[in-house]
Write a protein that binds this ligand. Sequence first.
Ligand code: ADP
Ligand code: LRH
Length: 488
Amino acid sequence: MVKALAFDLGASSGRAVVGQLDADKLTIIDTHRFPNEPVHVLQHMHWDILRLLHEIKQGLIQTRLQGHTDIESMGIDTWGVDFGLLNAQGELLGNPYHYRDGHTSSIMEQVFQQIPQAEIFQRTGIQFISFNTIYQLAALQSSSSLLLGQAETLLLIPELLRYFLTGQRLSEWTIASTTQLCSPITRNWDMDLLQKLDIPTQLFQSPVSPGTLAGTLLPAISSEVGLPSLQVVAVAEHDTASAVVAVPATTSDFAYLSSGTWSLLGTEISSPILSAQALQANVTNEGGINQTIRLLKNVTGLWLLQECRRIWKNEGLQFTFADEEKLTADAPAFRSFINPDHPMFMSPAHMPRQIQAYCQQTEQQVPQTAGEIIRCILESLALRYRYVLELIENLVQKRFSGLHVVGGGSQNTLLCQYTANALGRTVWAGPVEATAIGNLLVQYIALGHLVNLQQARFLVRQSFPIHTYEPLEVAHWEAAYTRFCQIM
Ligand code: ADP
Ligand code: LRH
């Protein structure tokens, strides 16, 4: 049995997961879970990066205490776009901004005056979202922040955490691709783009491919956590890239939805699609493993529901997942829809009121109860998935027979059923921990325990339960989709 350890940090929570690989089966064991709670300081929102490092160390300690002293390797994946800056001494400068912080809100237009939007897409193939690293760096420039002048190295969040453990500064391709500063053709930083934006090019090192051996634990860390010096692998360090590795697809033509805080819906292709149609659709061509491209679109996902839960909890209302399911199932169907990707849902102070405001502005019935609000969110997400799947299908000129849903959101049975209904196609849900599993699989490939991606995906199918949802009430959902498109 070969053991490896994955740290998977999503925007809402993180976990340490031990993988145990036998001849034809992978089993996983959670050794530590922790919340990932951003911190508001004065006008800004930051990640609690040192706390996250602390939790990773706790994960290593818990892994040892639970008897897994024989793990061979570890890897870290996290969300995209955010970064830390190191000075010449290798110390972290400032606190990394959270991508939902407001500092980039009006920067995109300024950047387009320096470089036309179409040219940025042609060069990078990345979806335009105001929080991309390119706009975060432009915002630092435009506020004359002293940080960039003092910085020697930029590391994206998983690279930064890996650096804290190994002392090695190494950039990894899948996470670098999320910045909108890299070329999907050369799989390297676009130096012309950086120069045009006056961003110091020396901050960046050529990204390595996922699966590169990236050093071992520093002796001080090993002795602090009581584990031998582990091999650290630069896995597919973008969480979505790791999730796509673990999609239990049986063919090379498949559509996936990585469902968590975000819903990332798309397919895997062999070369980027940089056409005017792709720009118009505002899709992304992010880097995957084995030189694949993840053609997908970000849909605002369960963030909508997470924020309602946070507000309701502050107001003294707390629901279990089972409560939520019952409240939603009991609420009337197809009352009101939102466009989950409307900018008003990016970082509102009070999500339930924001949803009500959207419904009011679009002259729909205003959902009042928690059940009505959750139903509005879940139906709207399912309908938005149909819109995005068809957009992706138009670009690749294919029709997918169904959709693989992976991640924490694949446990939401109502959302899976609504998605099957809205698409009029089968949904295969699972595995829940696809991201951590993808992280482990890349380690096993890197260390020669698995041969390739095909074998890895076969192993996922053998090892984890997949729930199938067939479409129901298709005519009602078809009518709902027509109304949804009008509202959107
Ligand atoms: P991220 O990696 O973005 O932090 P996850 O993949 O961990 O997100 O998914 C978290 C989401 O999964 C939660 O917001 C919640 O809505 C959903 N979820 C988790 N467990 C369940 C469950 N048992 N039933 C329904 N939904 C769930
Ligand atoms: C999902 C994700 C997504 C990014 C967003 C910032 O966790 O990595 O792929 O766009 O976070």
